[in-house]
Ligand binder design. Structure first.
Ligand code: NDP
Length: 324
């Protein structure tokens, strides 16, 4: 048995129930893990509310770090006692213990702590594919990145600085602006008090940016398009303010042959080979000291409702952990 969060309905934070669940012995290809630290992500909110669908009842949570307690037949790349971490679907990481496919976990280098891994697997792998695969940053570019003081955002600030990229980050308060700048963001725009498009044009001498990374969604979509230089790429990777409604392709033509992509981590990390390559890049940048998670809060797993309420109300910055 294990304590775990289950939802029986979609809705507000109150639908998350702290219950006892069975943890089956691992079948062939599976392992059982004891979680030491669990990462909280905005995507967990989408699964809780039902914006992202799954059949109910269901677990929540997509990343954690812990110790292997048992291995099923045929598992060779990890053994009992190994320190591992993962970011995966289907949700179910909000638990003290979990049985899951072994191929989804990665062995942790000794230098990477459980909390760092739980804060970085999903958010760090996301920045890896955004910066190193979706629009490959070479250094020297000026980019626009929304929600720069959030979990993904503060990792992006540091990774951009490490790559020699000038990042313009949007944020919802002056305190968040300062935090983003401390983490390597060159210019900040408080989108509650400043006009995003005017400021971006000012910073780029009217040229616009070659890429916008937009996880805010509906509230920022057209501002993002209006900040792009001709042939620029709009990377729409999240919906914190709601999903982007359908739009006409002529919006891309009239702004200069723009590109739009709507990527997901799990299509980039869809094979073991791809996952290992992305994780190696992430572990390298972590071990170099150029990128480190900013863990702003830790909540008991049983208090996950408070953590969700704080994340949704935009009260949080950086990465947030749940402690089993
Ligand atoms: P964050 O810590 O960044 O929290 C979300 C932030 O979005 C808030 O802090 C807030 O910052 C901003 N925001 C803007 N409008 C709203 C709104 N109406 N309601 C709530 N927040 C709002 O979360 P994560 O780091 O976990 O994730 C960031 C984004 O990246 C999410 O949209 C997530 O879905 C997406 N994502 C996508 C992935 C993919 O592969 N496609 C993978 C991982 C994450 P502020 O107050 O400064 O505006």
């Amino acid at each position: 048995m294990s304590k775990a969060i289950r939802i029986f309905d979609n809705g507000g934070p109150e639908v998350m129930q702290f219950v006892d669940v069975d943890v089956p012995a691992p079948a062939a290809g599976e392992i059982t893990l004891r979680h030491e630290s669990i990462g909280l992500n905005f995507i967990d909110v989408y699964y809780r509310t039902g914006l992202y669908k799954q059949s109910l009842p269901a677990g929540l949570g997509m990343e954690a770090a812990g110790v292997v307690q048992a291995v099923g037949e045929g598992v060779t790349h990890v053994a009992v006692g190994d320190r591992v971490a993962y970011a995966c679907l289907p949700p179910g990481a909000y638990a003290e213990r979990r049985t899951m496919p072994a191929e989804q976990v990665l062995k942790l280098p000794a230098s990477i702590e459980f909390d760092t891994a739980a804060a970085m697997m999903l958010q760090g792998l996301t920045v890896q594919y955004l910066f190193r695969q979706t629009f490959v940053l070479q250094g020297g570019e000026t980019i626009l990145f929304h929600a720069a003081a959030g979990g993904v955002g503060l990792i992006a600030c540091q990774w951009a600085r490490a790559l020699g990229v000038t990042m313009i980050g949007t944020v919802g308060s002056d305190e968040k602006a300062e935090l983003a700048r401390m983490h390597g963001c060159t210019h900040t725009i408080n989108y509650k008090t400043e006009n995003i498009v005017e400021r971006v044009k000012e910073i780029t001498d009217g040229k616009g940016v070659p890429v916008v990374y937009d996880s805010v969604g509906t509230d920022t979509f057209y501002d993002s398009l209006n900040c792009l230089a001709p042939l620029g790429m709009m990377v729409s990777f999240g919906n914190a303010s709601g999903p982007v409604p359908p739009f006409s392709l002529s919006e891309l033509a009239s702004r200069g042959s723009l590109f739009v992509t709507r990527p997901t981590l799990f299509s980039y990390a869809r094979t073991r080979e791809r996952l290992e390559h992305m994780a190696a890049d992430l572990f390298d940048v972590l071990e170099s000291g150029k990128v480190a998670p900013m863990i702003s809060a830790r909540y008991a797993l049983s208090d996950v409702a408070s953590a969700h309420a704080d994340l949704e109300s935009r009260a949080t910055t950086g990465s947030i952990l749940l402690k089993p």
